[in-house]
Design a protein around this ligand. Structure first.
Ligand code: 5GP
Ligand code: ZN
Length: 131
């Protein structure tokens, strides 16, 4: 069965990539909760966190580097890190991914997290994160 995120890794589907190494890629979520909402995924296919073997360890350096990039370039004051494992947890794309959601002092708290922000300009965010 075709996997959307494997297609992004292969470059068959475009994505706004902001960081990559030999094990992982990071790209902007197409429908962000907050400015800079990013997904970090392993290059190899793993369904989810519950079947992740060593995949979480493999992508950890990219998670740290991406969190640093988002904080430095976007001026984030904090970060939420989240992975939905299984449909019951809200997973919609069944290729392991971690959500990195930058948070800002003027919009604090968990309650402010889950509404998608349709006003975010993804081209502007990608430009701010590119060197
Ligand atoms: P999940 O609910 O599986 O944890 O999250 C899947 C995430 O993937 C959602 O936040 C959704 O906005 C994002 N997403 C779905 N399709 C695409 C796509 O084609 N490109 C990008 N960049 N993100 C996507
Ligand atoms: Zn996949």
């Amino acid at each position: 069965m075709a996997c959307l995120f494997c297609s992004i890794v292969a470059g068959d589907i475009p994505a706004r990539r902001i960081y990559e190494d030999d094990k992982a890629i990071a790209f902007l979520d197409i429908n962000p909760w907050k400015r800079g909402h990013t997904l970090v995924i392993p290059r190899r296919h793993v369904d989810d966190l519950l079947s992740a073997d060593e995949a979480l360890t493999e992508i950890a350096p990219a998670v740290t580097a991406t969190a640093r990039l988002l904080t430095e370039r976007l001026g984030a004051d904090g970060m939420n890190l989240l992975s939905n494992a299984g449909a019951v947890a809200g997973q919609e794309v069944f290729h392991l991914h971690l959500h990195l959601v930058p948070r800002y002092a003027d919009d604090p708290g968990m309650r402010a997290l889950f509404d998608r922000d349709t006003t975010i300009d993804l081209d502007e965010v990608q430009a701010a994160l590119s060197s």
